[in-house]
Design a protein around this ligand. Structure first.
Ligand code: PRP
Ligand code: URA
Length: 204
């Protein structure tokens, strides 16, 4: 089962995101807030190490992140989730994977890939929509081929079909989502969903 973000702010924000009259500027800002909530939840268990720190008053023991973090947006819609995560984790590296669903078949085509070193990292693969799961499964395949790391998947909205696809292909990859929706329609769009995320984010 995916980790469902149940924070009241997430429920409030996703309702505005679903509303069809919400314009791209507000849509981007709502996506920003949800991405922060998702990233916070997905990094709750990050490994830490102790470090010495000197306050103005005395020395004490503090903590720092022990493993490098990587965020991998699935282009194009996943780009909307990168900036808030980079703002929260300044040392994060960013890998890119370009996947586009064919409008007729809903199969994803890989058109771009550029990854930082992945060995020993925590990798957050981010894509707002998990529909059939084809894009996510392919992206996780690529991340594993490029050296793995400890991978998790962050989605704003997930359909049961997509969750099952990841759980079948990559049972080691936890899924974090703000909404688990009902089903897919015959064009493989999520119901109730919010329409085409990339188009709404970029006004295309
Ligand atoms: C959307 C979305 C996911 C994918 C999900 O991208 O951002 O990447 O569809 O569908 P799936 O789970 O059935 O693979 P799209 O292909 O529309 O490209 P875009 O991000 O460029 O809009
Ligand atoms: N991609 C989207 O942007 N929306 C959906 O509902 C399904 C895939």
């Amino acid at each position: 089962m995916p980790h469902l973000i149940k924070h009241p702010l997430a429920l409030h924000v996703i309702t505005r995101l679903r509303e069809k009259t919400t314009k791209p500027a507000e849509f981007r800002s709502l996506c920003h807030h949800l991405s922060m909530l998702l990233a916070l939840e997905a990094t709750r268990d990050l490994a830490m190490r102790e470090v010495a720190v000197n306050t103005p008053l005395e020395a004490c023991i503090g903590h720092e992140l022990a493993r490098p973090l990587v965020v991998v947006p699935i282009l194009r819609a996943g780009l909307g989730m990168v900036e808030p995560i980079v703002a929260m984790f300044p040392d994060v590296s960013v890998g890119y994977i370009g996947l586009e669903r064919d409008h007729e078949t809903a199969m994803a085509r890989n058109y771009y890939c550029k990854m930082p070193p992945l060995a020993g990292t925590r990798v957050m693969v981010v894509d707002p929509m998990l529909a059939t799961g084809g894009s996510a499964v392919q992206a996780i395949d690529v991340v594993k081929q490029k050296g793995g790391g400890e991978i998790c998947m962050l989605n704003v909205v997930a359909a049961p079909e997509g969750v099952k696809a990841i759980e079948d292909a990559h049972p080691d990859v936890p899924i974090y989502t703000c909404a688990l929706d009902r089903a897919l329609n015959d064009k493989k769009y999520i119901l109730p969903g919010l329409g085409d995320f990339g188009d709404r984010l970029y006004g295309t």
